[in-house]
Design a protein around this ligand. Structure first.
Ligand code: G16
Length: 544
């Protein structure tokens, strides 16, 4: 194989965010842009000669082009084999599983997750390490450092690989294996959940379900598992065909973007259970007839009921949540005397805890939940977990949630997002909050007395690494809390996220609307960050 070294110019903006490098497609289409980042990854890694790399994406626009480029670069850089999902497709959790199952060196996942797709929209790329999880910060920083002084990349010439037919192809000694993207993942799900019980509950009509694949990657996975294996009617899956532009929608599983599902779940003839996943299949939204389950509550409910699921029947070793996620799971951990960890936003921070078997379940407010079965959050896994719970407990989603609140109290929770704020203004807002930290403790704002204010800094209990500046936290004497941070996944300007929570022990107050129950905290949060004064915005773009 003839290796070519191509001269290139460094780009200054290749610093990965919360989850890999995400930019507009047009940015990735600039000469050498994708190549530079891929070479920066390869050049920062060691000892992969002759080893296997997993490659696939969520099928968004530019996926196939990027895959052909990466195949040639992987060959030129010395990998021995590529395992690629048919048609270039792999959901993020499936990619994580395949890396682990086939003992690959690592994997490249091509996705911008829940961000929209198409020629004028977003693309992304993320490197996952041999445990199947996102590369830790020390690696992503090394990729960025390399990209800042890159002057050439390696590639080679050969005919484009046929991505659509399953089987093995060679280019010289370089082996390319095209696999079915669903089979390994479906087998893994079968090993975790009680499929005979699920099949019986679905075929008897006890569970009726609706899954919105949002024209993204989970369509084929949901079809195989929910329809072919568990017997749900085909019509149970909507937007089932993955499209390069997700049909022009945001493949973001929340009530605003999964509106077709939301309408059905709050209609008179709603199914028992409804769920949606995102562009790359790692997020989930859980609903039941007439009820939406917040991701924070979903994590807590899973933790409280985990022993009902075959794979977790022996109990959990511990649980973890990202810092802005509500403290609902902490209450479950306290009652079951389980270790509970608080990590920065980003799934990569759960990897060490999972590998060290300190935790079994983990989750985030951003519609992500997962377990030790892979090293990514997993949308369909969460769907199957809830279906298994409903089948086992013989209760509706609403009953499961209300019973949980009665036992543990309710952490009333909401997140307000202000998108596309000018970056200097957003940075100034965070700086202003930093300055407030010192003066807030002890001050009273109506019934809210500030008990602490700080900027979250995380020390990894496994490798001792330290991650600073992970969000401003303000906690109140009554247990309420607000958190401010800037998103690390947006592609336009900055997104300010304000996370709000208030604990309610009184069961007679549990059915309140979250926005109403949090109204005072919302006003206070807006006052603290001066959002109206600094941006002129009077309300958030998205409320979840
Ligand atoms: C990614 C990360 C998550 C994170 C989320 C939001 O999810 O994997 O850990 O919670 O982004 O991050 P931010 O608040 O920085 O935008 P995904 O589904 O986009 O890959």
């Amino acid at each position: 194989m003839q290796i070519e070294t191509i001269t290139t110019q460094a780009y200054s903006d290749q610093n990965p965010g919360t989850s890999g490098l995400r930019k507009k497609v047009k940015v990735f289409q600039q000469a050498g842009y994708l190549e530079n980042f891929v070479q920066s990854i390869f050049s920062s890694l060691e000892d992969f000669s002759g080893k296997t790399l997993v490659l696939g994406g969520d099928g968004r626009y530019f996926n196939r082009t990027a895959i052909q480029i990466i195949i040639k670069m992987a060959a030129a850089n010395g990998f021995g084999e590529l395992i690629i999902g048919q048609s270039g497709l792999l959901s993020t959790p499936a990619a994580s599983h395949i890396i682990r199952k086939y003992h690959a060196f690592g994997g490249l996942v091509l996705s911008a997750s829940h961000n929209p797709g198409g020629p004028d929209e977003d693309f992304g790329i993320k490197y996952n390490v041999s445990n199947g999880g996102p590369a830790p910060e020390k690696d992503t920083q090394a990729f960025y450092q390399y990209s800042q002084s890159i002057s050439s990349y390696k590639t080679t010439h050969f005919a484009d690989v046929d991505l659509d037919n399953i089987g093995i192809q060679y280019r010289g000694d370089f082996k390319i294996t095209i696999i079915d993207p669903v089979t390994d993942y479906a087998e893994l799900m079968q090993s975790i959940f009680d499929f005979p019980l699920l099949k019986q509950s679905i075929s008897s009509g006890y569970i009726t379900l609706l899954f919105d694949a949002m024209s993204a990657i989970t369509g084929p996975y949901a079809k195989r598992i929910l329809v072919d294996m568990l017997g749900a009617p085909e019509a149970s899956i909507i937007n089932a065909v993955p499209l390069e532009d997700f049909g022009g929608h945001h493949p973001d599983p929340n009530l605003a973007h999964a509106h077709e599902l939301a309408e059905r779940m709050f209609s008179a003839d709603a199914p028992t259970f409804g769920a949606a996943s995102d562009g790359d299949g790692d997020r989930n939204m859980i609903t039941g007839s007439q009820i939406f389950v917040t991701p924070s509550d979903s994590l807590a409910i899973m933790a409280a009921n985990a022993t009902l699921i075959p794979a977790y029947a022996k109990g959990l070793s511990g649980v973890a949540r990202s810092m802005p996620t509500s403290q609902a799971v902490d209450r479950v951990a306290a009652q079951f005397q389980l270790p509970c960890y608080e990590t920065p936003t980003g799934w990569k921070f759960f990897g060490n805890l999972l590998d060290a078997e300190k935790i079994t379940l983990c989750g985030e407010e951003s519609f992500g939940t997962g377990s030790n079965h892979v090293r990514e959050k997993d949308g369909l896994w969460a769907v199957l977990f809830w279906l298994n719970l409903i089948a086992q407990k013989r209760q509706s989603v609403a009953d499961i949630v209300h019973e949980h609140w009665q036992k543990f109290g309710r952490d009333i929770y909401s997140r307000h997002d202000y998108e596309a704020v000018e970056t200097p203004i957003a940075n100034a807002m965070i700086e202003h909050l930093r300055e407030l930290i010192a003066e807030l403790p002890g001050k009273a704002f109506g019934e809210y007395v500030v008990s602490y204010a700080d900027e979250f800094c995380y020390e990894d209990s496994v490798d001792g690494s330290i991650s600073k500046n992970q969000g401003i936290r303000i906690g109140f004497a009554n247990g309420s809390r607000m958190v401010f941070r800037l998103s690390g996944t947006g592609t336009v300007g900055a997104t300010l996220r304000i996370y709000l929570e208030r604990f309610e022990a009184d069961a007679s107050q549990h059915n309140q609307d979250a926005q109403v129950a949090l109204a005072d905290l919302i006003t206070l949060a807006e006052q603290f960050c001066e959002i109206k004064k600094r941006t002129g915005r009077t309300e958030p773009n998205v409320i979840t």
